[in-house]
Design a protein around this ligand. Structure first.
Ligand code: HEC
Ligand code: HEC
Length: 317
């Protein structure tokens, strides 16, 4: 049954309930498929277009000494960002990348307000912030708990200094490539997998799988969103949709680029936005500042959240 219909069922049922009343659609909370093909390290030096560096796959995957393909494009990384600290502090740039833009399964930290940044790490430490599937955010929580305040401040200052750029191309599509979740919880197009209906999901994949696996900071992502979702999201975000939510710009700034210590949200990974809105709605993210977001998400259905994420992610950061 599962073998024959698994793919179809997944396409038809975008969300599944975990326990009594937890909503965590698997497309927004990717977890590595057990049978996913594993990237093989052939030990050969790799290259990415435009860089004169060369690193092996093993070097690229080292969380205690992150390589930068383009070190001249940004200030030097502080020790904690590049090298982490054994045993528990894996280097921030391993997941969030030296350019801060991150992967869909982690978070975009580029240009983030440093006060907001600091507080988020404190919230991961205190248990006030995690995903509705706690196991999914355990990696970040373990790292946060091991960090000193000085390390958080150094990382916050570094990421705040980086300029956010368009990293995710948002595109409406009725059908999407069949995908799987591979190593590091990243979703990839399945080779020769054909297509399937998008079915109220957001499917975010690398623009170039090999370059994403090599953590090439010049190769971003593409997010397929349901037809009509960007316009529907625009209506909700800009007007509040007749009381369904609250217009976002009052707090997040006119172009959603942040205001004071309220974070920028324009151009973030759309599946990250979905996770945050669902985590906040269901109380998994529940710190002091989060209370301001409670009325924003209280009445939103999953289709509204998809539309809002599609629109916000499509805005220039
Ligand atoms: C193993 C991967 C991984 C590493 C390494 C990592 N993070 Fe994270 N980080 C995550 C994930 C996953 C999230 C949360 C995504 C979510 O909520 O769905 C996150 C979220 C964050 C956020 C919240 C961003 C926001 O917009 O609210 C901050 C801040 C952060 N990380 C800081 C750090 C710092 C500082 C380091 C290095 C000391 C670090 N991270 C290392 C995976 C990682
Ligand atoms: C009343 C003020 C207010 C309004 C209105 C508001 N927000 Fe927020 N938002 C916040 C604050 C404050 C935070 C930080 C919460 C925290 O620290 O936990 C936040 C956090 C977020 C985050 C998480 C950002 C990250 O990096 O993790 C997202 C996504 C978000 N808001 C989306 C929206 C959207 C979309 C709207 C409009 C539909 C909206 N917000 C309206 C105040 C607001």
């Amino acid at each position: 049954m599962k073998m024959l219909f698994g793919g179809v069922l997944l396409a038809l049922i975008p969300a599944f309930a975990l326990g009594a009343d937890v909503t965590a659609p698997d497309w927004a909370y990717p977890a590595q498929d057990r049978n996913a093909p594993r990237a093989r390290d052939d030990g050969q030096p790799k290259h990415v277009p435009g860089s004169d560096q060369s690193y092996t796959a093993r070097e690229v995957g080292n969380f205690f000494g992150v390589k930068d393909w383009f070190p001249n494009e940004r200030p030097p990384m502080p020790d904690v960002v590049q090298n982490g600290r054994r045993p528990d502090v894996r280097a921030c740039a391993g997941c969030h990348l030296p350019n801060g833009l991150g992967h869909p399964e982690s978070a975009d930290l580029s240009g983030l307000n440093p006060e907001y940044f600091f507080q988020q790490v404190k919230d991961f430490q205190s248990g006030k912030r995690h995903n509705v599937i706690p196991a999914r955010s355990n990696g970040m929580v373990t790292i946060a708990k091991a960090l000193t305040d000085d390390e958080i401040k150094a990382a916050a200052a570094y990421f705040a200094s980086l300029k956010p750029t368009t990293w995710v191309k948002v595109q409406e599509a009725a059908t999407v490539p069949v995908t799987y979740v591979g190593g590091g919880n990243m979703r990839f197009v399945k080779p020769d997998g054909g297509t399937e209906p998008i079915a109220d999901r957001i499917i975010e994949v690398p623009q170039d799988a090999e370059r994403a696996e090599l953590r090439d900071p010049h190769s971003g992502f593409i997010a397929y969103v349901p037809p009509g979702s960007i316009k529907k999201g625009e209506e909700l975000v800009t007007t509040g949709g007749n009381g369904k939510t609250i217009s976002c710009s009052a707090c997040h700034g006119p172009d959603l680029k942040g205001l004071g210590n309220v974070p920028a949200i324009a151009g973030l990974h759309p599946i990250y936005i979905v996770r945050q809105l669902l985590d906040i709605q269901q109380g998994a993210r529940d710190a002091t500042a989060t209370q301001l977001m409670k009325p924003v998400v209280a009445k939103l259905g999953e289709d509204d959240i998809v539309a809002i994420a599609a629109y916000v992610a499509s805005r220039n950061p």
